[in-house]
Ligand binder design. Structure first.
Ligand code: MG
Length: 456
């Protein structure tokens, strides 16, 4: 957990188990959340971490003490719990998970009655209740009840099947390798794919909260085993989930691992072919590829700040049916406006079915970009001023300043300049059509930012 007066970070509360997130603290967080909702019906579940059950019970204790009824769903992927909150008409939900963080961490996400994470303002309200300890304790005869709510993972699987053409996909008999990182993705994705007629090979499939197979963040460095397995057995595709299975990263039939914006672009293209003129929501950190595809297939891009909650809220605000992030989060509105790893997998299988193309072919037909990244150091106390100077310097032209500064150039290259939230650096992220151009841009802008810093 961060500073003394805040609980929530970018994706809920996070902390080291029994150091920052002790049972006592979590009971109090439960009291604060229960007070915030006020004697309502709340769904509760957790991921596969060793601390999941302990912390869920602590939360439950706090919630029922304020008179909230707790519907306990047990172990489930985050998107499965989010869907259950909506479908079972709960007033909200609490998910005990630290998503992609290592095994020694855990965390708490709070979701609203539509399954989407609560707003920053609502988080601030829960923090105020927590730090002022102004909890609404219920009297002994008005305590909340705890009820089990079984079967939500089965409901989740069938909800995803409702969104795709099961019969058509089944005829293809795809062979898919699933890497669940020994966590909750394994409770739903393999069954879903079998029900879509796929042959499934699982790795890191047994539930084990120590995450012995790989780290729960799916990235090219952690997916060597998945890539090798897909290649060795001649599967059509591999999919890897993060610790709570809201994000999915894909491997093609040659073993190549793709960053999320490439597979998101595949989904986007097919979506726009079926939904002309639709709006898509994505953070400014996404590849120019998303803009390209939207331009070619008559879509409109709504850029947001970086963060999945912002994407969900923007989708709700502009009534968009699709959102996506480069880290492997695809938000499919007709199902639910949150990241959903298994839903994304089903969509990709459907696209492979409809187009008759392999995943490698679907990616190869996209515009290609060369990427260069750079950090420019900047002392913490000068960050804000430098940020202002950067705005002033670069605000003209095709620029978006919703989160840092993103500049699109006429030759389809682009640069994103953003202050890091945690380190004393500014990050530069360049995309260009040639490697030389990408290098040239990253050099030029690093230099210009260093010059601005010197003048402060
Ligand atoms: Mg996650």
């Amino acid at each position: 957990m961060s500073t003394s007066k805040s609980l929530f970070g970018t994706n809920g509360v996070r902390g080291l188990v029994n150091v920052e997130l002790t049972p006592e603290i979590v009971v109090k967080i439960g009291l604060a959340i229960g007070t915030f909702f006020g004697k309502k019906n709340l769904l509760l579940g957790h991921d596969a971490r060793t601390s999941g059950s302990m912390l869920a019970k602590a939360i439950m204790s706090g919630l029922t003490a304020t008179g909230c009824n707790v519907y306990f769903a047990g172990m489930a992927p985050t998107p499965s719990l989010q869907l259950a909150v909506k479908n079972h008409k709960m007033d909200g939900g609490i998910i005990v998970t630290a998503s992609h963080n290592p095994a020694e961490y855990n965390g708490i996400k709070v979701v609203w009655k539509d399954g989407v994470e609560i707003s920053h303002e609502q988080e601030v309200e829960i923090e105020r209740i927590y730090f002022d300890a102004c909890f609404n304790f219920a009297s002994w005869d008005k305590l909340g009840e705890m009820r089990e709510i079984p079967g939500i993972n089965d409901e989740y699987i069938s909800a995803i099947k409702d969104q795709v053409d099961v019969e058509k996909i089944s005829k293809k008999h795809f062979h898919v390798v699933v890497d669940s990182a020994n966590s909750v993705g394994g409770l739903t994705a393999p069954s879903l794919m079998r029900e879509l007629g796929c042959k499934v090979t699982s790795i890191n499939a047994n539930i084990d909260g120590t995450f012995p197979g790989r780290q729960p963040e799916p990235c090219p460095e952690s997916l060597g085993e998945l890539s090798a397995t897909v290649k060795a057995i001649g599967a059509d595709m591999g999919v890897a989930f993060d610790g709570d299975a809201d994000r999915s990263i894909f491997v093609d039939e040659t073993g190549e691992v793709y960053m999320g914006d490439k597979t998101f672009a595949v989904v986007l293209k097919q979506f726009l072919l079926k939904n002309k003129g639709a709006t898509v929501v994505t953070p400014v950190s996404s590849s120019t590829l998303i803009k390209n595809i939207a331009d070619i297939y008559d879509g409109k891009v709504e850029w947001t700040k970086v963060g999945s909650v912002t994407v969900s809220h923007k989708m709700r605000e502009v009534n968009a049916k699709l959102g996506g992030e480069e880290n492997g989060g695809v938000f499919y509105g007709p199902h639910q406006a949150v990241r959903d790893g298994a839903m994304t997998t089903a969509l990709l299988l459907e696209i492979m079915t409809e187009t008759g193309k392999k995943l490698s072919e679907l990616i190869a037909e996209q515009p290609q970009y060369f990427i260069e990244k750079r950090k420019v150091e900047c002392p913490k106390e000068k960050k804000e001023l430098l940020q202002t100077k950067i705005y002033e310097q670069f605000k003209n032209g095709n620029v978006n300043t919703i989160d840092g500064v993103k500049i699109w150039f006429n030759d389809q290259s682009s640069i994103l300049i953003r202050a890091s939230g945690t380190e004393p650096v500014f990050r530069l992220y360049v995309e260009a059509k040639t490697k030389e151009k990408a290098l040239e841009l990253v050099e030029e802008y690093s230099l210009r930012i260093k010059e601005l810093l010197q003048k402060i």
